[in-house]
Design a protein around this ligand. Structure first.
Ligand code: NDP
Length: 291
């Protein structure tokens, strides 16, 4: 059944969200700092609020999708938050999210933070597999789960408001390492007589297969920490460090800077030097967090 909500922020992501809610028959009040960006949505049936405060006042459910944490502060500065259900889809840190949860509670509002795991073309396209991590008020999530799941899948990860951002940033950080590896791989083959289309396919398949192996090994490692037998380590660090010499020599021979590879290699070498050569990559997690 049709529901009502307010949406503040009509950039690429906010506009995609608004279009999807409107297309599903919901009543959407929108606001954007630069008013012209609201006009295409007015034509699709949105109500355009004259100010951020007016948009917040218009509906119980208020969704924010702004550039960054500072823009959320500026936008909500003059708004009356009491009784509102605030959902902040602006990318933030876990600490930012907890600050907003406290502010909302102090103002008599419920708060949910969201981390969007999708790009705008994936919004409103269920088969694209995009979703949003949510954390914070379980009551708010229960009350609005259905409408929140219209643009992309909704995954609630806990009452601590910082958990959605933590999940979001953890996945993006892993992706950043993957992008570094892909960049290095293409640099290696760039000057060679390699069919780049075919190579791209091999690379994608390899990364998918290795992602499963890497994550599964980490789960084994956690069991080991909990006192269960870790079993045989398929790729221990001593072997990986020895293998790395080949990666570095090849980079040098191909005239490719190894700057994207070396930080991870140095951490592995440190682990071996500290006597962990027979363990798998999980010991690196311990080294990164030991200070
Ligand atoms: P855009 O740059 O397209 O839009 C930014 C929006 O923030 C605009 O509506 C802009 O208003 C507004 N804004 C910026 N500064 C202020 C301010 N000081 N006060 C009020 N409004 C302000 O960004 P996106 O829509 O792409 O991203 C929005 C959020 O979604 C970000 O947090 C982003 O990290 C997140 N996200 C985006 C993804 C993407 O692929 N696009 C993917 C996953 C998350 P104005 O029009 O007036 O400039």
């Amino acid at each position: 059944r049709p529901r009502s909500l307010s949406l503040l922020g009509l950039g690429a992501m906010g506009t995609a969200l608004a279009r999807t809610w409107l297309a599903a028959g919901h009543r959407v009040t929108v606001w954007n700092r630069t008013p012209a960006r609201a006009e295409p949505l007015r034509a699709l049936g949105a109500t355009v609020a004259g100010s951020a405060a007016e948009a917040v006042a218009a509906n119980d459910l208020v969704v924010l999708c702004l550039l960054d944490d500072a823009s959320v502060g500026e936008t909500l500065a003059g708004a009356e938050l009491a009784g509102r259900d605030l959902v902040n889809l602006t990318t933030s840190t876990p600490a930012d999210a907890r600050v907003w949860a406290d502010r909302a509670q102090a103002a008599g509002a419920r708060f949910l933070d969201g981390g969007i795991m999708a790009v705008p073309p994936m919004i409103g396209v269920p088969e694209a597999g995009g979703y949003v991590f949510y954390s914070g008020s379980a009551e708010l999530f229960a009350a609005h789960q259905e409408i929140l799941a219209v643009p992309a899948g909704a995954r609630y990860v806990g009452e601590d408001a910082g958990l959605a951002a933590l999940h979001d940033v953890a996945l993006l950080s892993a992706m950043s390492g993957m992008f570094a590896g892909i960049t290095h791989a293409f640099a290696l083959v760039r000057e060679a007589d390699v069919d780049l289309g075919g190579f791209s396919g091999l690379l994608a398949d390899w990364l998918v297969a290795m992602a499963r192996v890497a994550v599964t090994e980490d789960q084994h490692a956690q069991k080991a920490e909990q006192g269960e037998d870790q079993g045989d380590v398929a790729s221990n660090l001593a072997m990986q460090v020895a293998g790395n010499a080949t990666l570095l020599r090849t980079a040098e021979q191909q005239g490719v800077s190894a700057e994207l590879l070396t930080p991870y290699m140095e951490l592995m070498e440190r682990a071996v030097a500290e006597g962990h050569g027979d363990r798998d990559g999980s010991v690196l997690v311990e080294l990164l967090t030991a200070h």
